[in-house]
Design a protein around this ligand. Sequence first.
Ligand SMILES: NC(=O)c1ccc[n+]([C@@H]2O[C@H](COP(=O)([O-])OP(=O)(O)OC[C@H]3O[C@@H](n4cnc5c(N)ncnc54)[C@H](O)[C@@H]3O)[C@@H](O)[C@H]2O)c1
Length: 253
Amino acid sequence: MKTAVVTGAAQGLGQVTARKLAAAGYRVVLTDLQPVEAAAAAIGPATIAISGDVSDEAFVTDLAARIAKDCGGAQVLVNNAGISLIQPAEETSLDQWQQVMAVNLQGPFLLCRAFGRQMLAAGTGSIVNVASVAGLGGVIHRSAYNTSKHGLIGLTRTLAGEWGGRGVRVNAVCPGWIKTEMDVKDMGSGAYSDTDIVNRVPMARFAQPEDVAEGIAFLASDAAAFINGICLPVDGGWTGDISWDSLRLKTRA
Ligand SMILES: NC(=O)c1ccc[n+]([C@@H]2O[C@H](COP(=O)([O-])OP(=O)(O)OC[C@H]3O[C@@H](n4cnc5c(N)ncnc54)[C@H](O)[C@@H]3O)[C@@H](O)[C@H]2O)c1
């Protein structure tokens, strides 16, 4: 049985991705800062729940060692754990900046390094990093978050080049806005509304976690055997359309 590790799997996109990979036949390791036993139990018996902080090198080293010992290594890694920050750049503290970088960029690096070593030794593996449309362009008042997601795309492309010749593929998904607890919390700050997002997206809706999990599962799978180093937008056309809103709204039924 192949093993897939999903970070940030207690809720939101990570939980839905874990469920999808389990349905595709993987033994899924759910990991999160929060307790993750309930999410794992809800998916089924072929799951492992391990809590910890992805930005903590010692935790990531122990996690990889445990999966090597108990499962013979992981064939798939999904770097999904992430945090957002909505703050004008001139009011962003160094602590806030460093926390976003630690979780959104340092964490994926540590996990790629730890599980990448196992995959390189086995000569096979697939890593999917969860970036964002905010990794493909700027979004006002999100300097730390956007920089971290641009960085994650840089890491994805670099590792794809470095490891592709040894059987390890590294790709990213770039979701548009998804209705998860992250969005509910961000929207609670009054920074934007459902209508802002729906008006901006050619397909006139938020992403569902399932839309994005489908892209992740595809990139992780052997069906994507020659796909390496791409950043797949799952955004209903957001990044492809630079029209202004009133023009886009004229096209709506
Ligand atoms: N929600 C959106 O609109 C959206 C859009 C594009 C990209 N994304 C990205 O998708 C990913 C999942 O986001 P979501 O919307 O499901 O958010 P979410 O807040 O619902 O879930 C994120 C999970 O990550 C976990 N986490 C946070 N810090 C952690 C740490 N240090 N170590 C381990 N786990 C940690 C949280 O506990 C939580 O369970 C994130 O990387 C996010 O940046 C989200």
